[in-house]
Design a protein around this ligand. Structure first.
Ligand code: F6R
Length: 369
């Protein structure tokens, strides 16, 4: 059942090329058009959406944050991402032109379910991105886009996360197609790039031995920081969450741009810091900014562990350790950059002798508030 792996978590990390591939399967045609007829929602209605609010908890909320960057860029629809339990207890502005996107692996998370019910009462339409067929959230939603990651057994989410991001990209591309905006021509290219992701994840998995060895060497670490920018920011948050959950180590993710506004005070000699570096090919100057962040923390003694794109020679001089992921467009990069962070957390927890499938105090689906 664990497919020869010592834990479900390791199996599920290795299932990720398939989880992404299955989630893409059958959802576009050869002409590069999205075919999401399975969404039981009137396309006319999706055309008139003026705001999207993503509701989710934990790892699923980080998938929502990645979705925000992609959907706003492709569709020019404002996207807010809110933790379900925060949304419900304030006075959110929701109307009939608001599309709620509820992201949940289990489809049973009580906080997200209650937030969905609340939004429906306010007249919003709800689309669920969910991994569990027939679970409560998709049953109550107006539309559902299933992630086809297969059952996720390990408590900490891995393959469901990548599948959620993949499904959110498909939703964004579909909305862009429906709305016929100027971005039309790029949809086919992005679908083609998405199609190449499973093989690229496989490459990351095949190259992972060094990061596992690093994790074993770092087994006594007390605190690890994670920095990222743009879509690398939610990836950094997810890397930190995995390490907390599995290895019970203090870990925190930051937006790299926030460093000077406080967190840099934490940097002292020997502090390990993961940095998710954007592609140097990006059309913005983010790569240079993050490289200068690396220099700043290194000058203060940080031990930098860098996740960068293949061919990014500039980072080498500033890193204790570099892990390269294959080239991909910036918005799709989380499907690759997350993987070494999952592997690191899993290997470190294993080195400490912890049960990575059943971390202490946690449950797979949180059906209480
Ligand atoms: C983290 C993790 C949790 C879940 C969260 C939401 O590894 O598993 O943070 O992501 O409890 O669960 P779902 O997606 O089932 O609503």
């Amino acid at each position: 059942e664990k497919g020869g792996y010592p834990s479900f978590m390791e199996k599920e990390i290795h299932d990720q090329p398939e989880a992404v591939g299955q989630t893409l399967l059958g959802r576009s045609d050869l002409d590069g058009r999205l075919t999401l007829d399975e969404l039981r929602i009137d396309p006319q209605l999706l055309k008139t959406v003026s705001k999207i609010i993503v509701l989710a908890c934990g790892t699923s909320a980080y998938a929502g944050q990645v979705a925000k960057y992609a959907i706003e860029h492709w569709c020019r629809i404002p996207v807010e991402v809110e933790l379900s339990h925060e949304f419900r207890y304030r006075d959110p502005i929701v109307d009939a032109n608001t599309l709620i996107v509820a992201i949940s692996q289990s489809g049973e998370t009580m906080d997200t379910l209650m937030a969905v019910r609340y939004a429906k009462e306010q007249g919003a339409k709800v689309l669920a991105i969910c991994n569990t067929n027939g679970s409560t959230i998709p049953r109550e939603a107006d539309a559902v886009l299933y992630t086809h990651a297969g059952p996720e057994i390990a408590v900490a989410s891995t393959k469901a996360f990548l599948a959620q991001i993949t499904a959110a990209y498909l939703l964004g591309l579909y909305l862009a197609q429906l709305r016929g905006n100027k971005f039309q021509g790029e949809i086919r290219d992005i679908l083609a790039d998405l199609g190449k992701i499973p093989a690229k994840i496989q490459k990351v998995l095949d190259n992972a031995q060094d990061i596992k060895d690093l994790a074993v060497r770092m087994a006594d670490t007390k605190s690890v920081l994670f920095l990222g920018r743009h879509v690398g920011f939610p990836v950094a948050m997810e890397g930190a969450l995995k390490l907390k959950e599995l290895a019970y180590i203090h870990a925190e993710g930051f937006a790299a741009g926030e460093l000077k506004h406080g967190p840099i005070a934490l940097i002292e000699d020997g502090q390990p810091v993961f940095v998710v570096v954007p592609s140097p090919r990006g059309r913005n100057s983010l790569h240079a900014k993050v490289v200068s962040n690396i220099q700043e923390i290194r000058a203060r003694g940080a031990k930098t562990i860098v996740i960068a794109e293949e061919g990014d020679e500039a980072v080498k001089d500033f890193a204790e350790f570099v892990f390269f992921v294959p080239e991909t467009p910036t918005l799709l990069a989380p499907l690759l950059t997350t993987v070494p962070l999952q592997i690191f957390a899993c290997a470190l927890a294993t080195a400490k002798g912890f049960d990575v499938d059943q971390p202490r105090n946690l449950a797979k689906s949180v059906t209480v508030e």
